[in-house]
Write a new protein. Structure first.
Length: 80
């Protein structure tokens, strides 16, 4: 990803998405599904060489996600 001031930040993540098979099938087909109908959680890690954003290299974060036909929205929170 790229920040507003044009700094490159690499984000890696691992997580899971679970729910009733019929709901997951609709998601896989690209349909718009209410995010309350399934469970999506991820652990995120960031890497950057820019000193201004070095604090991201020390950060572990958890996120909840919502998947829509044309985009995915992540709500990311630092784990303290």
């Amino acid at each position: 990803m790229v920040t507003d001031d044009n700094t490159l930040v690499y984000m890696s993540y691992q997580g899971l998405r679970a729910g009733q098979q019929s709901v997951l099938d609709h998601l896989a087909a690209g349909e718009d599904i209410d995010p309350r109908e399934f469970y999506m959680r991820t652990i995120c890690k960031f890497e950057t060489a820019d000193g201004k954003y070095d604090w991201l290299n020390q950060l572990l974060a958890a996120e909840t996600g919502q998947r829509f036909p044309d985009r995915v929205i992540y709500d990311i929170h630092q784990i303290i």
